[in-house]
Design a protein around this ligand. Structure first.
Ligand code: ADP
Ligand code: MG
Length: 688
């Protein structure tokens, strides 16, 4: 359909093409979808006497006076006169050429906001253009586009206008949607919307245009959401068409593990497990997200799922985002599985070549039924014998590509292992509908009994000595503590340096305590030795960088001090805080902050202080940061929504969801056309 599009930019010079790419523009359709940020109205002239205050308008007049004044500061002030009155225009920065150009007698059109200033009605730094008498007015509103260095506003405008003209008698902007959909959702045409947004008629409702609720905007947003939903549904269908091993509930290993535990599963854990077990016994690959707040007990649920695979003679793999967490999982699974006679393998950076080779052989031979590791699990050398289930812990910490790679590991043609993803970052409904639409979700919405909520204290850096006293007291009383070093985003080297310094100072401060330091740059063996010592109670105070953020589970540690808490994100603070309050002691989390606090830092600290429920924290986090940052997809290069906002355009999202189902069912060709337009070569929107 789009002959124009498949011939991207042959007529635009190379350097300009490259600059356009910076704006995310790769072809002609991208240019037409480079929609205006806002508009200016140059279609009419206001008489000076009638200018509405505070509104951006265009006026035309003749310069009657122009002078440089030096008080209160140097500036150029001109008087512009029309038949109704006089307007002052002021330039605080100006070139000599301007002084010349604005000489008396020159006719100017100026566009700007009018205020009542010292001299009377005035405009500061208006957009100016000298014109002849009776020069024609613009016949559409003037679109203002976002630009980048070296690309003038006028260049973009010209390119877009040209493509619009060229598209007139082609099917470049042809309708992708059937009439029924347009009628049902009261949508205006695509071509019409694009034209309107680039060339709005003078009488259009400017307000609707500016706040992007005009029907033309709604059409574009709907199309974008529809493409996303279509892509998601198709992915879902595709997945359903794969086969997966049927892992029946045999219940001998799972029962044995349950019997060996010191606790009973919570109802929420049982419910999630039931859902997982049902999926595993189906012949299509499970793709389920297990959500549960920090400390809700996702690991044991994962272990029971793994045993169901193992009971059926299939291997399972557990992938963790950090070495520390991977080792902790290894130890934990080993302690649970070894007594059942199930061999557990571990792939780690700390292993010798020989150990690693041994593990690889065990995995390939199918002796090791469970394998734990970091993303090293999906390296090429790792060959599973019969991989039936992949478990991804703290899934949001992995890139999409890493997650996909592991899933493809066990896959032969037409065959995929089941996949269980776990996350402590709850996804608010608007986001899950949009970005996780092809996933099944189980939620553990209950903490194990007896947990007392962590007490959070906000303490100004200047009261550090009180905190030190409290740590000493707690450690002498047999408790253990974390001291989390500040995050320094700009430089990992600096962060390391700060961690080492903090450690040195704290070791001197607490000569009577066993203090250790753990950070990301340590060798895996050293990290592992320190974490083991800490979990066995041999270390009382663990100075740590944010490497301990995810998953670490040392129940006896009940106190945590976080330095420069104002620099950390909400989910990070929540995760860190989740390391304590895991045992019988009440957890205390001290957030040290340093003034002055930025507005956003203050809001974050207040939220983390007031809330312990991860879901509520996530909701507020989404509100503060927006979906792109929240999902952490900005850097991953996966297209996010450009026009629609899942929060604000919830109604359109719902509509697009229903329409996607309907389209796929009744109008598959239209669905294809629509996807082709919106995704082109990109093929898919974000998927998990
Ligand atoms: P998360 O969901 O954050 O991964 P974990 O799986 O690490 O949480 O569990 C946190 C702690 O709670 C662990 O020490 C675990 O053994 C314990 N735990 C899990 N389920 C229960 C339960 N039903 N009753 C008591 N303790 C539990
Ligand atoms: Mg966990």
């Amino acid at each position: 359909m789009n002959t124009l599009k498949s011939n991207p930019f042959s007529w635009i010079n190379q350097p300009l093409q490259q600059k356009l790419v910076k704006l995310g523009i790769h072809n002609e359709l991208d240019l037409l979808l480079h929609l205006p940020l806002r508009y200016e109205d140059e279609t009419r002239l206001y008489p000076i006497r009638d200018i509405p205050e505070g509104k951006t308008v265009q006026i035309e007049g003749v310069i009657v006076d122009c002078e440089i004044i030096t008080h209160p500061r140097r500036q150029l002030v001109c008087q512009l006169k029309d038949t109704s009155g006089v307007l002052f225009i002021r330039f605080l920065n100006f070139y000599p050429a301007q002084v010349k150009a604005y000489s008396p007698g020159v006719r100017l059109r100026v566009l700007g906001e009018v205020r009542t200033g010292f001299f009377g009605a005035e405009m500061i730094h208006p957009k100016c253009r000298s014109v002849h008498e009776e020069a024609p007015l613009a016949d559409t509103l003037t679109p203002i586009y976002s630009t980048t260095a070296g690309v003038a506003q006028s260049t973009i405008t010209k390119l877009i206008q040209q493509i619009l003209r060229d598209s007139r008698n082609t099917d470049f902007l042809a309708e992708t949607l059937p009439e029924t959909i347009l009628t049902q959702y009261q949508l205006i045409g695509f071509r019409e919307s694009i034209w309107l947004l680039h060339q709005p008629p003078p009488d259009i409702a400017m307000g609707l245009l500016q706040n992007r609720t005009h029907p033309a905007w709604r059409r574009i947003k709907f199309d974008e959401l529809l493409a996303q939903q279509l892509s998601m549904r198709m992915h879902y269908r595709q997945r359903r068409s794969y086969r997966a091993p049927v892992l029946q509930e045999k219940n001998h290993l799972t029962q044995a593990l349950l019997a060996s535990l010191a606790f009973d599963l919570t109802d929420a854990q049982k419910k999630a497990l039931t859902e997982i077990k049902r999926d595993l016994s189906a012949a299509n690959p499970m793709q389920r997200l297990l959500q549960g707040d920090v400390g809700s007990g996702k690991t044991i649920v994962a272990a029971l799922a793994a045993l169901q695979a193992i009971e059926n003679g299939y291997q399972a793999a557990v992938m963790a985002p950090t070495e520390i967490l991977s080792e902790q999982h290894y130890q934990k699974f080993l302690s649970w599985f070894a007594p059942l006679g199930v061999t557990v393998a571990w792939l780690s950076g700390s292993q010798t070549k020989k150990q690693r080779a041994h593990e690889l052989t065990e995995i390939a031979a199918g002796n090791a039924m469970l394998t734990v590791g970091t993303h090293a699990l999906f390296q090429e050398q790792v060959q599973f014998s019969r991989l039936g289930l992949v478990i991804v812990d703290e899934q949001h910490r992995f890139g999409v590509h890493q997650r996909l790679a592991l899933r493809l590991k066990g896959s032969e043609t037409n065959w995929l292992p089941h996949q269980l993803m776990m996350s402590a970052t709850p996804i608010p409904r608007t986001l899950s509908m949009s970005y996780y639409a092809d996933l099944e979700v189980s939620v553990i919405d209950q903490l194990p009994p007896g947990r007392l909520p962590v007490i959070t204290k906000l303490i100004d850096e200047s009261r550090r000595s009180e905190v030190v006293a409290r740590v000493r007291e707690a450690c002498h009383a047999g408790k253990q503590a974390y001291w989390v070093c500040p995050l320094i985003e700009e430089s990992e080297a600096l962060q390391l340096k700060t961690a080492v310094e903090t450690y040195t100072v704290l070791s001197q401060t607490f000569p009577d305590l066993k203090v250790s330091l753990v950070h990301g740059r340590l060798h895996a063996q050293d990290k592992s030795a320190i974490m083991t010592a800490f979990s066995q109670g041999e270390i009382q105070l663990l100075v740590a960088t944010t490497v301990i953020e995810v998953g670490v589970d040392v129940p006896n540690a009940s106190l945590m001090v976080i330095e420069h808490a104002e620099r950390m994100g909400l989910s990070q603070l929540h995760q860190l805080r989740g390391r304590i309050g895991r045992g019988s002691e009440v957890g205390i989390c001290v957030l040290l902050y340093q003034q002055p606090l930025s507005q956003i830092a203050r809001q974050r600290l207040r939220i983390i202080f007031e809330h312990t429920d991860g879901f509520e924290i996530a909701r507020q986090d989404l509100r503060l940061r927006g979906p792109g940052e929240f999902l952490g997809t900005r850097q991953s290069g996966i297209p996010m929504l450009r026009f629609a906002d899942v929060q604000q355009d919830m109604d359109l999202l719902e509509a697009a969801r229903t329409a996607a189902e309907y389209l796929l069912h009744d109008y598959p060709a239209a669905a294809q056309r629509h996807l082709q337009r919106w995704l082109g070569e990109k093929k898919e929107y974000l998927r998990v």
